[in-house]
Design a protein around this ligand. Structure first.
Ligand code: 13P
Ligand code: SF4
Length: 303
């Protein structure tokens, strides 16, 4: 605790010197969320990156999030605590495969989940996050949609839109692990609890949800609901904001495996170090960034 206090003091000092803003995803360790200027889901953090007038953005999340920040704020320095924090789902789609699909469906528009590389975003008409996926798909002026990379979120959106979606087979290793059996066991144990679930979970698990939404939407729902007890079907870091916003309610994570190892690669020590050394920095080649920016800006404009 003494060491953490020293780290936090050093962090505050460096933040001032570098005119930096710290953005942290809800899946980050508590010690990082505690010191962040903004905590949020992928959508809110992309918005904050686009809007900030700080010189340096420290992005505590996974690599594609830092990349999106750099694309949206090309004149800022974007640093991350550890460049090994990647997202396996983002790596499940490649440019060649996407180009092939586009050639097979020349009239389709490409909607890409923000959990993707800058190169994939550069091949994309519009991006979305789990917070706005249905709205984004419905906003596109084509009846046919190529959807990459999350098949689970894709199936969820397909149920809510009349458009025909061609769905890539990617998935989140963490959310996809949750099974119907896990949820049924928890329901038997906590019969008064509502089940709140992220749409990155399997369709049959999402179907059991009393509420389905992005991490921000889940946190808001639990806060505003009359229910006092919840079974949570998303990553365990979300507990930090859930407990902060609803201190008198009870939250049971649906399994102990709802932990994203990539998100947990970052810690307070690495956060301080990256501000000290201003490394590792995110770099996106300008010709890729310029293309990718259009798809992210279109998403930010969808009301
Ligand atoms: P949201 O931030 O949109 O809830 O997505 C969750 C996620 O898996 C981010 O990697
Ligand atoms: Fe990727 Fe899933 Fe981790 Fe999010 S929780 S960063 S989608 S692996």
């Amino acid at each position: 605790e003494q060491q953490n206090r020293e780290l936090r003091e050093r962090l505050m000092q460096l933040k001032k010197e570098r005119n930096a803003i710290i953005l942290a995803h809800y899946y980050q360790r508590d010690e990082i969320q505690e010191v962040a200027d903004f905590r949020g889901d992928s959508f809110l953090l992309a918005q904050k990156a686009a809007e900030t007038d700080a010189d340096t953005i420290v992005f505590c999340g996974v690599h594609f999030m830092g990349e999106s920040a750099k694309i949206l704020a090309p004149n800022k320095t974007v640093i991350i605590p550890d460049e090994r924090a990647g997202c396996p789902m983002a790596d499940m789609v490649n440019v060649d495969g996407l180009r092939k699909l586009k050639a097979q469906h020349p009239n389709a528009k490409v909607v890409t989940y923000i959990n993707s590389s800058a190169e994939i975003k550069a091949e994309t008409d519009i991006c979305c996050t789990s917070a706005n996926a249905v709205k984004v798909v419905n906003s596109v002026d084509s009846d046919e949609i190529i959807w990459v990379p999350d098949k689970n979120l894709g199936h969820y959106v397909q149920q809510k839109t009349d458009k025909k979606m061609i769905i890539w087979e990617g998935y989140c290793n963490t959310h996809d692990m949750l099974t119907v059996k896990d949820v049924e066991e928890m329901r038997a144990k906590y019969p008064n609890a509502q089940f709140v679930v992220h749409p990155e979970c399997r369709p049959e698990v999402v179907a059991l949800g009393d509420f389905v939404g992005s991490t921000t939407a889940i946190i808001k729902y639990c806060k505003e609901s009359d229910c006092q007890e919840f079974i949570v079907g998303t990553e365990d870091g979300t507990g930090y904001q859930l407990r902060l916003d609803s201190p008198n309610k009870t939250f049971h994570f649906a399994t102990k495996y709802l932990v994203c190892p990539n998100m947990k690669v970052n810690n307070l020590k690495k956060l301080v170090k990256c501000l000290e050394t201003m490394q590792p920095q995110i770099y996106v080649p300008p010709h890729i960034a310029d293309q990718a920016r259009l798809s992210l800006e279109r998403m930010l404009q969808v009301k």
